[in-house]
Design a protein around this ligand. Structure first.
Ligand code: TYM
Length: 335
């Protein structure tokens, strides 16, 4: 039996190389694995958990679909769709809310972190992981390829699935988080002690965004924070976090082993050489994506058609599971 893979990404701000290395690039690899059936979702309902400009959110949603295609996701091989186009997600989240203890949600580190930055904390922000559980569970998902920061949410999803199965009988598959051994947590270029994040995406020099101009990319990487030494090697020492992060990006994008990467820099004259090489590799990956994206976004009609097609396929998988869950929970189904 094929393993079903489900993952999602928010249409918030821009997509950076952390999202690409930790998640999206791995989706493209999964799509080409004949043993897998892949579903990738633009989670616009999740984006609403923090304030959004409505016009911008719509634009970013289309932009992200174009980016999916530009990186190589193929609507003939994977199901690509927008979360709000399939009502199962919101409805399923409500049903799961009614079996999820609030204490589980209060423990989520991302909620603690994000809510500390908001003046008014919206109920949706606390509930965000339950919506994510609905995304995953109603598709009978086996594997969830994500970056390190989403691991806790996938673990919560597992707990919700087990709790439901315990109360109502075997229903949901208990999914596995798939976290890459390397590149699952790319750090900010300006501050390698903090994760590269979309919310800091507007800060100059923090992230490299997939659609950045090569000159901007070069500038951000050349200014990346390192240390006062000159040793170019992988290291867990917090002082070397900047160099380690640059090497990790280089390794992820070249596909080389750690040893081979360190050999590449054995004769480097300093961090300048390292940064130049990283910038070159990043630009060689992002530039074709940027060019493709520009062409794809111009054909809005085609994007609309693909969104509709993706939503239909997604509905046909998730709706039967929704009916099953409603019936098990005691809702009277219309005949
Ligand atoms: P989001 O949109 O914040 O991020 C999308 C993906 O990128 C990964 N990621 C990173 N990986 C490496 N280094 C980083 N600095 C970095 N920053 C982000 C994330 O781990 C994620 O895999 N809640 C999710 C979206 C979601 C989802 C789902 C994912 C909604 N429903 C169901 C999987 C399954 C989120 O906000 O990801």
């Amino acid at each position: 039996m094929k393993q079903r893979v489900f993952s999602g990404i928010q249409p918030s701000n821009v997509i950076h190389i952390g999202n690409y290395i930790g998640a999206v690039r791995r989706w493209v690899a999964s799509q080409n694995d004949p043993d897998k059936e892949n579903i990738f979702c633009i989670v616009d309902l999740h984006a609403l958990t923090v304030p959004q400009d409505p016009t911008e959110l719509r634009e970013r949603t289309l932009d992200l679909l174009a980016l999916f295609l530009a990186v190589g996701l193929d609507p003939d091989k994977s199901i690509l769709f927008v979360q709000s186009h399939v009502p199962v997600h919101a409805e399923g989240a409500w049903l799961l809310n009614c079996i999820t203890p609030i204490g589980w949600l209060n423990k989520m580190t991302q909620f603690k972190d994000k809510s500390s930055k908001q003046e008014t904390i919206l109920a949706g922000l606390l509930d965000y992981p339950v919506l994510m559980a609905a995304d995953i569970l109603f598709y009978d998902t086996h594997e969830v390829p994500v970056g390190e920061d989403q691991k806790q949410h996938v673990e919560l999803t597992r707990n919700i699935a087990e709790r439901f199965n315990h109360h109502y009988g075997e229903t949901f598959i208990v999914p596995e988080p798939m976290i890459a051994a390397s590149g699952a947590r790319i750090m900010g270029l300006d501050d390698p002690s903090a994760k590269m994040s979309k919310s800091s995406g507007a800060v100059k020099g923090h992230a490299v965004n997939l659609l950045d101009d090569p000159k901007v990319i070069e500038r951000s990487i050349m200014r990346a924070k390192t240390d006062s030494g000159s040793d170019i090697r992988f290291s867990k020492d917090p002082v070397k976090a900047g160099v380690n992060n640059l090497l990790t990006i280089y390794q992820a994008l070249t596909g080389k082993t750690q040893e081979a990467v360190e050999t590449d820099f054995a004769n480097a004259r300093g961090y300048g050489d390292l940064k130049k090489a990283v910038a070159e590799v990043v630009i060689s990956v992002t530039e074709p994506i940027r060019v493709q994206h520009r062409a794809i976004i111009a054909d809005r009609g085609e994007l609309e058609r693909l969104m509709q097609l993706g939503a239909e396929k997604a509905r046909s998988i998730s709706e039967p599971r929704l009916q099953d869950v409603k019936q098990k929970m005691g809702l009277l189904l219309p005949q």
